[in-house]
Design a binder for this molecule. Structure first.
Ligand SMILES: Cc1cc2nc3c(=O)[nH]c(=O)nc-3n(C[C@H](O)[C@H](O)[C@H](O)COP(=O)(O)OP(=O)(O)OC[C@H]3O[C@@H](n4cnc5c(N)ncnc54)[C@H](O)[C@@H]3O)c2cc1C
Length: 322
């Protein structure tokens, strides 16, 4: 179905729903790259019931639905993306609360809540476990979906339970014991993260704060945090020996730091970051540069890099819920 023909059915589907609907919405301002086109409709549901009905109707009408977090691991093509893009930023999806539970404390956070705020609030309350998320821009849903993390730990380490909604609007609950978390991956089913429950530990407030400061300091000294990027573009590959190696190191060894394609460049500060000009940048330049990096690393290091960043394009169902 062509993009122009989707706006009308989406408008009809949303007519009686408790949701904010923006047809032909630009998405660049919703992503950290700050480039790319729009979607047929950006929908911000105001209740779980509205979200569920919307999903069911879109599935029946074969309209693709994607969920946007903070857009920190996302590239939308210059031509935009078909169908509905959901943003869970209304109060029913973006709150969180702390609950005491024996010697641990549980934090319940909506899928659309800001991971950084949840982490900082927890630290302020003397609860440890989320500090590895320092310097990782994310919604709670995006962090759980990607199993965000790094050298200090990953979100999966503290996940206790995840509540999801599938493409037909049905909610399901997944206990920690049934979820396998791996490097930037987990085996949660397709669908959107409605909320997550984290198991945190009481700790010394000052020590937790110092840890966050230390992690932020490390990130600022090694990553181009102020540039327009989506963090690491490529997954760290596993060699035939079973060893996982740094994609940044392979790109650096291939002599590609500073390589450009139009408005996109390989960061001289961190070779796994592809940055794009703040003014006049193009998503298609990023895609061209990704192809060049993959080809040149393949040629010089005999390793095929896979992207970690999610790409949304028109006429392509990648990233859609159904
Ligand atoms: C400066 C910078 C530094 C970064 N450093 C790190 C790092 O150290 N470690 C790391 O892991 N990542 C890092 N990233 C990448 C990014 O922060 C993470 O991948 C983060 O988890 C993305 O969350 P998001 O909410 O922005 O997701 P988005 O970018 O909006 O979406 C990413 C994917 O998650 C899906 N998604 C979003 N919300 C939901 C939801 N509620 N339910 C289901 N799926 C959802 C989207 O559909 C999409 O497929 C960095 C990014 C930047 C810009």
């Amino acid at each position: 179905m062509a993009c122009e023909t989707m706006a009308a059915p989406i408008e009809r589907i949303c007519e009686d729903l408790d949701a904010q609907v923006t047809l032909s919405a630009p998405l660049a301002k919703h992503t950290w790259f700050g480039v790319g086109g729009g979607c047929d409709a950006l929908v911000q549901p105001r209740s779980e019931a509205a979200l569920s009905t919307l999903l069911r109707r879109c599935a029946e009408a074969d309209i693709p639905v994607r969920v946007l977090g903070q857009g920190a691991n996302l590239l939308v093509s210059d031509e935009g993306v078909d169908g509905v893009v959901l943003k869970l930023d209304q109060p029913c999806f973006s709150g969180w609360q702390i609950r005491a539970h024996g010697d641990a404390e549980l934090v319940q956070a909506g899928g659309g809540s800001d991971m950084a705020r949840v982490m900082h609030e927890s630290v302020r309350e003397g609860l440890g476990g989320l500090e590895p998320m320092a310097g990782i821009p994310a919604s709670v849903g995006g962090a759980v979906r990607m199993n965000a993390g790094g050298r200090y730990g990953a979100i999966g380490d503290v996940v206790e339970r995840v509540t999801m909604m599938d493409a037909h609007g049905r909610a399901t609950t997944h206990e920690r014991t049934a979820i396998h978390f791996d490097y930037r991956h987990n085996d949660l089913p397709q669908g959107l993260v409605l909320s997550a429950l984290f198991r945190l530990q009481s700790g010394d407030k000052a020590a937790l704060r110092d840890r966050v400061v230390e992690i932020m300091k490390y990130k600022k000294s090694t990553q181009p945090m102020a540039e327009n990027s989506a963090g690491c573009m490529f997954r760290n590959p596993t060699l035939p020996s079973g060893e996982r190696v740094s994609a940044g190191m392979l790109i650096d060894r291939s002599g590609l730091k500073g390589l450009t394609a139009g408005s996109a460049s390989v960061s001289p500060a961190h070779a796994n970051f592809i940055c794009v000009d703040k003014a006049g940048g193009h998503a298609n330049d990023v895609m061209r540069l990704v192809e060049r990096v993959v080809a040149q690393v393949q040629q010089s290091q005999q390793v095929t890099l896979q992207t970690e960043v999610v790409f949304w394009r028109r006429g392509d169902r990648a990233g859609a819920m159904q």
